[in-house]
Design a protein around this ligand. Structure first.
Ligand SMILES: [Zn+2]
Length: 482
């Protein structure tokens, strides 16, 4: 086993990346490993970010005509771009603006054919095409490997990717499947598992794969890993130990944390990353917050506009990408919310101890839902966060209109199939613990609330029905930060 790990990390994985033109990944990884991210290096960390920030601002001024006009409109001259403070004079960029002005945002220096495109997901957001150059892709992959290392995984070890449908895995043609299996075994060593599977037999299948392949690391959606952990506990299945569990893309409930810790013997770490920005922040084992990766991205925490505050403690995350020259992304409204945290009194002592801290990310507002037995549960318990990743839906929103009555608003994704509604029906029945009348409503888009937030779940059950099952009025909305 040790031998395979060494061969993969030293020989076959580098060759695999070379074959795919991604050999820059290990070069970036070596450079990143040499950087000092500790608390003692705080001044250097800041200086490094200031330098990267002024570099990208200057590049955007010279090569992105739409950004140049933004600078000029804000009264900023090229000479002013030597100071990182100038950033605060710029207006915020929204997705809608990006979509409308893409041609003028993209660099005039990098040929379009050399840019790599990717589409963003997110259950509550409209998808958007993003562009990057190859070097940025290498850098981001290197950063991801660095953070995976920090979370307990080493290159060459097998790991479970608990995610939605993974596009690059062939499922039909035998030769392609064999080729994929060999290439995967010699490179990423990923054990993919579709997080939309909820049936016991599928979970048992994964358990036996884990027992056979002994992965060192679990990665994926906290709700899915939490559900798997509960299954393992319920069935008293013995699993080999893992070194780490990393969760991302949706909030982790206390119940999921508890089940994961009980099942795997480690507390899950949280990561905030996105297609458009790459790695933004990650929790360390001291659990003092998520360390912001200031070498990759510049993060600002801004107040909500006057009169639009959902909660005083939650700020909007506005981000500037420090590397992507193909599509300079400066003061980008992420539509996510979180709060900055101060350093703990005692140095957490992790590799990233000098990187500033933030809370876990929210971004959606959820109403509570009610079951026929009168118990309440968070709207996050109904599936959806994962739906956009599968390409099934572009946006989704649940509205409870009565006891055992739910409307689901769906903006269809490019992979929407007949399987989606039966899947949703089963998941909704499971969390409501009854047979729910689920009514789909297919729409072109789902609007934000007046406060600029997406409502993931809305409670509209008439008050008298709620009183009938509980004898008490409905609780208010809860922002899903932390
Ligand atoms: Zn730390």
């Amino acid at each position: 086993m040790f031998c395979q790990k060494t061969i993969v990390s030293k020989i076959t994985y580098p060759l695999f990346l070379l074959r795919h033109g991604r050999q820059g990944t290990f070069r970036h990884l070596r450079a990143l490993r040499k950087l000092d991210f500790s608390r003692q290096a705080a001044i250097d960390i800041q200086a490094r970010q200031d330098r990267l920030l002024t570099n990208i601002l200057n590049y955007a001024f010279d090569h992105s005509s739409w950004n140049r006009q933004r600078f000029i409109d804000a009264g900023i001259k090229r000479v002013d771009l030597q100071s990182p403070l100038v950033l605060q004079s710029l207006p915020i960029v929204t997705r809608a603006e990006l979509r409308e002005n893409m041609d003028e945002i993209l660099s005039d220096e990098i040929p379009r054919a050399k840019m790599l495109s990717s589409k963003t997901g997110g259950s509550t957001m409209e998808p958007l095409m993003f562009y990057r150059d190859g070097n940025v892709l290498d850098y981001r992959m290197a950063f991801e490997l660095l953070l995976n290392e920090a979370a307990g995984w080493c290159i060459g070890e097998s790991w479970v990717n608990y995610w939605g449908h993974l596009d690059d895995i062939p499922s039909e043609e035998v030769m392609r499947k064999i080729k994929y299996t060999i290439a995967n075994g010699l490179s990423r060593r990923m054990i993919p598992f579709n997080a939309t599977f909820v049936e016991d037999e599928k979970l048992a299948e994964l358990a036996s794969v884990i027992r056979r392949k002994r992965p060192t690391w679990m990665f994926g959606y906290p709700r899915a890993i939490g559900a798997f952990a509960r299954f393992i506990i319920r069935e008293s299945i013995e699993l080999p130990p893992v070194r780490g569990v990393l969760v991302t893309a949706e909030p982790t409930t206390p119940e999921d944390h508890e089940a994961i810790e009980k099942c795997f013997g480690v507390r899950a770490l949280d990561r905030y990353a996105s297609r458009e920005l790459g790695m933004v922040s990650q929790e360390c084992s001291a659990h003092c917050g998520l360390h912001i990766m200031t070498d990759n991205v510049h993060v600002e925490f801004l107040d909500h506009e006057q009169g639009k505050v959902e909660s005083d403690s939650i700020k909007r995350i506005v981000a500037t990408d420090l590397h992507n020259r193909a599509m300079p992304l400066i003061r980008y409204e992420t539509d996510d919310v979180a709060s900055p945290l101060s350093f703990p009194d005692v140095d957490c002592g992790c590799r990233f101890s000098g990187m500033p801290l933030m809370t876990s990310v929210g971004g959606r507002i959820t109403d509570m839902f009610i079951r026929r037995d009168g118990t309440w549960f968070t709207g996050l318990d109904v599936p959806g966060m994962r739906m956009a990743e599968t390409g099934w839906v572009n946006q989704i929103q649940y509205i409870q209109t009565g006891i055992d009555e739910v409307t689901v608003r769906i903006v269809r994704g490019e992979k929407f199939t007949d399987e989606v509604m039966p899947y949703l029906q089963k998941e909704v029945d499971d969390v409501f613990v009854s047979s729910v009348r689920l009514t789909p409503e297919f729409v072109d888009r789902i609007e934000k609330t007046k406060s600029g937030k997406f409502m993931y779940s809305i409670q509209k059950t008439p008050e008298e029905e709620i009183r009938r099952v509980t004898g008490a009025p409905a609780p208010r909305s809860t922002p899903t930060s932390n």
